[in-house]
Design a protein around this ligand. Structure first.
Ligand SMILES: [Zn+2]
Length: 412
């Protein structure tokens, strides 16, 4: 294996990844106008349906333009030795490998974020605005960016520095220490995400006493689910789109409802959504997900440890001084076909879990309010109701609305 061969292997992987993604997106777009199946033809009225068609097409064209531009930019970066240039600049600041790596990734991440900012600005303030979703002010947009950068600097920089330090200390066994550290860190984040990270971006308030809380408490008591933490989050600060999610475990477990969800849905519909979330917990999906992702992380770090010491990785990217950070970039791309596949498997498992959570809600509560809530949520986010199966297979973490309605009505 020569460095030139490896370089073209990396370029080949980038091109194939890009093409597969574009082809599946194009197939999916071809089915935007498909006739709606009977079970879900009551989601939109004619005007809303036409609006959803325009929304799908606009988003499709927008993502095609953005991904093509960034793909061409990436190829240019590879062919004009971008990594060698950035590595050279980083080495001008320090002789310490950890500091060099931090400056190297810092420059790459910051630059690519700056380039993508006009596009995300356009998406939020032109596209989402035009379709009536946007509630974000320009100040919120700016502060989200700044807070995101700060978090990235502290958390991302801290983790990267630690991993390289492990590598310098233990070389061959660094993957075990890194794996242990990442596992403990993600357990910690899973547990305290709602306490530590969410408040940086949103306000969370305990659900007020009233009809909704009484209905939820009654349901929780019935299924023996100890729930003291139900929070309402101010999602309406950014978008009209609604959501609900489960996080943490043990004493820290909580259910978070978007204020938009509470506005859009009736009480029994919200209880049904909550029953679905409780289903994820009762069916141990949180634990399974953690086990699977821990094993996958271990495998990835192990494979990384087999290749990271090879100077060939750095050579392939045209960088003369071999280093951990350049090796990491090359490895990341070489590994992407594998992570593509594990991503598809994870999506498959996630869709299976969604069915199980729906079944749980159906068995312990009622199917009907869950069906109407799913339809309302689809309508209010102008969802694509006719995604192509290949697109669902690759990208969907949830079954389609049609599949979920059929499953809830026992029609599958
Ligand atoms: Zn779910």
């Amino acid at each position: 294996m020569t460095a030139t061969y490896l370089f073209y292997l990396i370029i080949g992987i980038l091109i194939i990844n890009f093409l597969i993604d574009k082809i599946i997106n194009a197939i999916n777009a071809k089915h935007f106008q498909d006739a709606l199946p009977r079970e879900i033809n009551d989601v939109y009225d004619q005007t809303e349906y036409e609006k959803s068609q325009r929304y799908k097409k606009t988003n499709y064209r927008f993502s095609l333009v953005v991904s093509s531009i960034s793909f061409i930019g990436l190829l240019l970066f590879f062919f004009f030795d971008g990594f060698a240039i950035v590595d050279g600049i980083a080495r001008g600041f320090s002789n310490n490998e950890i500091i060099i790596a931090l400056i190297f990734f810092g420059m790459l991440v910051f630059a690519s974020d700056l380039i993508s900012t006009p596009f995300s600005y356009y998406h939020t303030f032109v596209i989402e605005e035009r379709f009536g979703f946007n509630k974000t002010t320009k100040a919120t947009f700016l502060f989200d960016k700044l807070k995101g950068w700060l978090l990235m600097l502290i958390v991302g920089g801290g983790i990267l520095a630690l991993i390289i330090w492990f590598y310098q200390l233990t070389t061959d066994y660094f993957w075990i220490y890194t794996w242990l550290f990442v596992t403990v860190f993600s357990l910690f984040m899973n547990m305290f995400y709602a306490r530590l990270v969410v408040p940086i971006f949103n306000k969370q308030t305990p659900l007020e006493d009233g009809e909704l809380k009484a209905a939820i408490s009654e349901y929780a008591r019935k299924v023996g689910f100890k729930l003291k933490n139900i929070f309402v989050i101010d999602g309406s600060k950014r978008s009209t789109k609604a959501n609900a999610y489960f996080s943490g475990f043990g004493r820290e477990k909580r259910i978070t409802l978007y204020d938009t969800l509470i506005n859009d849905l009736e009480t029994d519909e919200i209880v049904a959504v909550l029953a679905h979330e409780v289903g994820h917990y009762k069916r141990k999906h949180i634990i399974y997900n953690m086990i699977i992702s821990t094993l996958l992380t271990g495998l990835t770090f192990y494979i990384l440890s087999l290749f990271i010491s090879s100077p060939l990785l750095s050579e392939a990217l045209g960088v003369r001084i071999p280093s951990f950070h350049i090796g990491l970039v090359a490895f990341g791309i070489l590994y992407s076909p594998i992570s593509e596949i594990t991503g598809i498997v994870m999506n498959y498992i996630s869709r299976m879990f969604e069915y199980q959570a729906d079944d749980y809600a159906k068995e312990t509560y009622q199917p009907e309010p869950l069906i109407t809530s799913l339809k309302k949520l689809s309508k209010n986010s102008l969802s694509n109701l006719t995604p192509h199966p290949s697109y669902v297979f690759m990208n969907y973490s949830h079954p389609t609305l049609l599949q979920r309605v059929r499953n809830l009505k026992n029609e599958q």
